[in-house]
Design a protein around this ligand. Structure first.
Ligand SMILES: Cc1ncc(COP(=O)(O)O)c(C=O)c1O
Length: 397
């Protein structure tokens, strides 16, 4: 998903604007900044591109998740439903607020299984947080329905699927809140950065204040601003935001390249009967950041992954054995290994994940291979890669 592959003059020009003014901070210093407000510009462009009223850009995708939860009033003891297959940032952001991550199974979409979600709801549940992993999305229609029935918030983690859509809406804009990451390996990058999008004015102003120590951002004297509530510092710098302005302008260009490369790889695997592609929920259009498929069983998937590595094909992942993306290796969460003591609600409420049955997730993730789609490949390179991948898979069946 790497925007860094096509990093160039447009990004340099934006960064130079900031360097020339010398104002590296997103708030204040109006007289010195030569009219450059890169974070604000990025927020306007992102809200526009994502067809929402508001965007708040932040220091990372993890910050975005934390700020999104906080801005909606999530706090100690609230339960947030999240998938077993995601990135550790999902539970980190929940734990950061003293809230409780409730893990539930994924299905053949590789995202939250709506039936498992419904079964996990308690009177403490406040949020359902689907994670649109590897370029495709959760069944947002089903999840929205559950949210409406139980009066819960829908927070989409679209960090790995920017540019995908569901029922014609950009991913991230379907729920109450949506989050993006612009870290170095995402479809578009700021180096480090992230964003929350929403149509809710209160969440937006909460996010704006919370991510800057609770500053109310009224008036022109920063020291005289009041603090409506406690906050932290999750601000993005103008330098990072400047890179994002240039990258966002190129998002559709990047998505078109991703799709073209994805389709070439997919076509090469379509003739293999044992390959089953990941299910994209009805109404969804992928961002094409990854090509995801299942093999008949775990043994074959492991064999295929080894064949891909041995054949020198990079960027094809077997998430089942990955330390960061799948619950099986999250012993730091399971054993609550933290530097200092965590809030008591977490000790009291965290389910005993060493005893959980996630066999449904194991069934799907254990059979899955995910191939990263890069932007810099030439047509010839993608075709050679497609043949190599098909050959490695065939050799494992
Ligand atoms: C699904 C998902 N959510 C959140 C994040 C966190 O983003 P960041 O690295 O910008 O903190 C990532 C990063 O890899 C991710 O993949």
């Amino acid at each position: 998903m790497p925007g860094f592959e096509l990093f160039g003059d447009a990004e340099r020009k934006q960064v130079n604007d900031v360097l020339e003014s010398g104002v590296l901070m997103r708030y204040g210093f109006e007289g010195m900044r030569n009219g450059h407000w890169k974070a604000v510009e990025l927020e306007k462009a992102l809200a526009d591109r994502m067809q929402v009223k508001h965007a708040q850009v932040l220091s990372s995708g993890t910050s975005a998740l934390t700020v999104a939860l906080a801005s909606a009033g999530v706090g100690a003891g609230d339960e947030v439903i999240m998938p077993t297959f995601t990135f550790v940032a999902s539970f980190e952001s929940i734990l950061a607020l003293g809230a409780v991550p409730v893990l539930v199974d994924v299905d053949d979409t590789m995202t939250l299984d709506p039936v498992a979600v419904e079964n996990a709801i308690t009177e403490k549940t406040k949020v359902i947080m689907p994670v649109h992993m590897c370029g495709s999305m959760a069944d947002l229609k089903a999840l929205k329905h559950i949210c409406n029935q139980h009066n819960l918030l829908l927070l989409e983690d679209a960090c790995q699927a920017i540019g995908g859509t569901f029922e014609g809406k950009p991913l991230g804009s379907y729920g109450d809140l949506g989050c993006f990451s612009f870290d170095y390996v995402k479809t578009i990058t700021c180096g480090e950065g992230g964003a929350v999008i929403t149509n809710n004015e209160k969440y937006k102003s909460n996010a704006d204040h919370y991510s800057d120590h609770g500053h109310d951002h009224l008036g022109t004297d920063r020291g005289a601003e009041t603090h409506p509530f406690l906050g932290y510092n999750y601000r993005i710098s103008e330098l990072n935001a400047a890179v994002g302005v240039a990258q966002l302008a190129r998002l559709d260009e990047f998505l078109a390249i991703q799709k073209k490369n994805y389709l070439i790889l997919r076509e090469a695997l379509e003739g293999i009967d044992e390959v089953m592609f990941r299910r994209v929920p009805e109404g969804g259009v992928e961002s094409y950041a990854f090509l995801n498929f299942f093999l008949p069983d775990e043994t074959t998937a492991k064999k295929a992954h080894k064949a891909l590595v041995d054949d020198g094909v990079d960027g094809c992942f077997y998430w089942y054995d990955n330390n960061w993306h799948y619950y099986r290796k999250w012993e730091h969460l399971i054993n609550l290994k933290s530097l200092g003591k965590l809030p008591q609600d977490i000790y009291n409420q965290l389910p005993d994940y060493s005893k959980s049955d996630f066999s449904k997730s194991d069934h799907w993730v254990g059979r899955n291979i995910s191939c990263l789609i890069k932007l810099g490949w030439t047509k010839v390179e993608v075709k050679i890669r497609a043949q190599k991948i098909a050959g490695s898979i065939r050799s494992a069946i």
